[in-house]
Design a protein around this ligand. Structure first.
Ligand SMILES: [Zn+2]
Length: 340
């Protein structure tokens, strides 16, 4: 009997509980929602009441600035859809790329670029594949323009990789990474003296000249994968395009894996004051090292535009003659006017 009463009470209690939750849930949800927004409002207004000391104390919430999304990389197939360049770049629409018989540079570029995209996607990286036209102010963790060269000079061979003139430390690290990986995968030699002004001043990474250019803070390089006009290079570019793609993708991944996402200073482009040649017949060299090949000599007083500086060497463009560029010893230069 006592047993029965207990279970009866239990059923009554469950019934009341059921009634309560049945009514409370539909009533409670909107109430809860408005409470949440009210708390949000309070949180918002509370910031104004904080003391200076409180505001200066680092809060965990500041960690929200840490990028917790996948790396993003832009790959450009050089000359692809070049005829679709916007009006501001119309003079480049005829730049259809190098060719040798039926071998077209643009075909190699696109094939390689598509393969690079697949390798990067497989590594969990977000990738944008671009034709000749890039979106204005494109922002990413890396941008790589894929090209191949054409020339009929005797003895030319191999690849070269260049950063923009105005390059950040991040662009240089990206270049250094590919310089390591690309020959490992392709076996191609470096075209050590072949970097041109056009590579350094490439339109797609010249936001100061064109609207359709990547952001100055996007680490960028242009690679000339080899010569379509040279038989040994063609064997790789057209015969083994996957090694070309892997050489590029491996370099990008190597760069990204070493990049500190919190180091925002690495993507900043540094500016330098105009300088003047102080020494007589000062050497302009191809590389920043003693014994490097000499590109020419500059008269005392010649003005130069520095673009980078490292280990006592300054990379310069000769003022008024942009096709002359290279490295000079810092001791051969002085700042014009003595201040920056
Ligand atoms: Zn090209």
């Amino acid at each position: 009997m006592a047993q029965q009463r207990t279970s009866r009470v239990l059923i009554d209690k469950l019934f009341v509980l059921f009634l309560f939750t049945g009514i409370a849930l539909p009533l409670g949800l909107p109430l809860y929602g408005s409470l949440e927004s009210h708390v949000g409002f309070l949180r918002h207004t509370a910031a104004a009441d904080k003391t200076v000391e409180e505001l200066l104390t680092p809060q965990p919430a500041q960690l929200a600035a840490v990028p917790l999304y996948p790396w993003r990389v832009g790959i450009q197939a050089g000359h692809w859809k070049i005829d679709e360049l916007p009006e501001e770049l119309r003079r480049l629409r005829a730049s259809t790329g190098a060719r040798y018989g039926n071998y077209l540079e643009v075909d190699a570029n696109l094939d390689v670029a598509r393969r690079v995209v697949q390798y990067l996607l497989a590594a969990g990286i977000q990738v944008d594949l671009f034709p000749a036209t890039v979106p204005p102010g494109y922002q990413a963790d890396a941008f790589v323009a894929v090209h191949a060269d054409g020339a009929y000079r005797a003895g030319v061979r191999g690849w070269k990789i260049a950063t923009p003139w105005r390059s950040s430390e991040a662009s240089r690290l990206l270049r250094d990474a590919l310089v390591q990986t690309y020959p490992q995968f392709t076996g191609l030699p470096e075209d050590r003296y072949g970097t041109t002004y056009n590579m350094r001043g490439y339109y797609a990474f010249s936001p100061h000249r064109f609207r359709h250019a990547i952001a100055g803070t996007t680490p960028a390089i242009i690679i000339e994968t080899g010569f379509v006009t040279v038989a040994e290079d063609r064997e790789v570019l057209f015969g083994a395009p996957d090694t070309v793609a892997r050489g590029i993708a491996a370099g990008i991944i190597r760069y990204l894996s070493r990049r500190d996402p919190l180091d925002l200073s690495a993507v900043v482009v540094r500016r330098y004051p105009v300088m003047r040649v102080a020494g007589r017949q000062a050497e302009l060299t191809f590389h920043p090292e003693e014994g490097a090949k000499v590109a020419g000599r500059l008269e005392e007083g010649t003005l130069v535009r520095p673009v980078h500086q490292e280990n006592g060497w300054v990379e310069v463009i000769v003022w008024g003659n942009y096709r002359r560029f290279g490295w000079m010893r810092q001791t051969d230069l002085e700042i014009v006017g003595g201040s920056s």
